[in-house]
Design a protein around this ligand. Sequence first.
Ligand SMILES: NC(=O)c1ccc[n+]([C@@H]2O[C@H](COP(=O)([O-])OP(=O)(O)OC[C@H]3O[C@@H](n4cnc5c(N)ncnc54)[C@H](O)[C@@H]3O)[C@@H](O)[C@H]2O)c1
Ligand SMILES: CC(C)CCC[C@@H](C)[C@H]1CC[C@H]2[C@@H]3[C@H](O)C=C4C[C@@H](O)CC[C@]4(C)[C@H]3CC[C@]12C
Length: 426
Amino acid sequence: MPVEERVATRGRLWQECGGPRGGGWAGLCSWNGPGGRRSRRKGRVCFWPARPGRREDSPSGGQSGRPVTVAAGGCGFLGEHVVRMLLQREPRLCELRIFDLHLGPWLDELKTGPVRVTAIQGDVTQAHEVAAAVAGTHVVIHTAGLVDVFGKASPETIHEVNVQGTQNVIEACVQTGTQFLVYTSSMEVVGPNVKGHPFYRGNEDTPYEAVHRHPYPCSKALAERLVLEANGRKVRGGLPLVTCALRPTGIYGEGHQIMRDFYHQGLRLGGRLFRAIPASVEHGRVYVGNVAWMHVLVARELEQRAALMGGQVYFCYDKSPYKSYEDFNMEFLRPCGLRLVGTRPLLPYWLLVFLAALNALLQWLLRPLLLYAPLLNPYTLAVANTTFTVSTNKAQRHFGYEPLFSWEDSRTRTIRWVQGVESSSQ
Ligand SMILES: NC(=O)c1ccc[n+]([C@@H]2O[C@H](COP(=O)([O-])OP(=O)(O)OC[C@H]3O[C@@H](n4cnc5c(N)ncnc54)[C@H](O)[C@@H]3O)[C@@H](O)[C@H]2O)c1
Ligand SMILES: CC(C)CCC[C@@H](C)[C@H]1CC[C@H]2[C@@H]3[C@H](O)C=C4C[C@@H](O)CC[C@]4(C)[C@H]3CC[C@]12C
């Protein structure tokens, strides 16, 4: 039966848990703050049929104290991997609620497993929808967000989803008694900064001048701060909220939209891509499966190691090699038949800066008529052209993280996926 036909009780979970409480985020933003509200979308809750003998959830978890987890943003690139990882690697899980603005058709295949999977179509900017989804759960993994560095969405919308949405998740935990919150932050909370300072193999304690102007890193930095400051707040029932933020570098792997875009661009250009960034500029990358694994481990360990992990940030890392953004992508695109032309950038840097500025101008001029959002703009150029790599073992020290996928596995899996993209688009 398709997901759509399984729509059940709209707002049912909400009625069970009370009502919304106002978020207190105003004034945290460094630019003008949110403008008009977006239209309210319908919250829909889809239940897979419950298995006989299941008991209703208790506030501290599911049946027999087994955890109930919410994956907010569970239908996104990272979120889908988190969901699948939870189902594969978390045998104690009792119920998994997948909360997202857009529910994917792949959710259908999850219904046959032993875990009760509940898909909830909802919007993190709607406090009551979030509270309804969170009520009665043990841990929230919050990967939902608007990842936009291309100017597709307005700064206000990015703020509303990433900052207000996160505040709503925190308030939902506090109101409903959910004690553990894992937040997907980003390396961009640190940098690269607007001054183009390199961050070379840094760790969580490396000093760096974090200066944000672009709405996306700004929103991630604000949201991360809210999450960390919420650590220790009393949730319903009196226990302290335990929060933690994970900062992935550039994620790659199955489902990575920008990799797909580069691949198609290469095909259009006769199997070639043209080097734009010097090979010496290192850009941190991490495999999506390892990022998902880190989220699952944190969700599992937060309770036992609350004193150590609560209020902490962790970079997401694995054994992916340090390379430039383009050379790294070629690890997957070369075996799929593309080549990168040039050992040095084909265009001088000043010309790229000019083109990026021109794109920004065109985006602004064309905005009333159409959305012009190319990959190259002043911000993406600065990120791609500034060394930013991490080298840390904090996650290993604090909660025993080791990458689940070796570099060879991560590479093979990603290549296989790109090859699948190729055959599915023929
Ligand atoms: N992709 C990367 O390289 C990268 C790197 C570092 C951090 N991150 C962070 O990881 C998280 C996931 O990123 P991703 O690459 O999977 O992005 P994505 O766009 O694929 O996934 C985000 C998900 O959030 C959902 N979402 C967006 N707005 C929502 C709303 N208002 N209410 C409910 N759900 C909403 C989307 O529908 C989507 O399924 C984000 O928080 C992002 O900032 C991503
Ligand atoms: C200069 C052009 C030829 C190349 C443009 C590449 C550009 C689109 C890429 C380069 C680096 C990419 C970002 C980086 O991997 C890390 C993140 C952090 C994450 O939180 C959101 C995505 C983001 C910003 C990547 C977006 C695409 C970038 C800028």
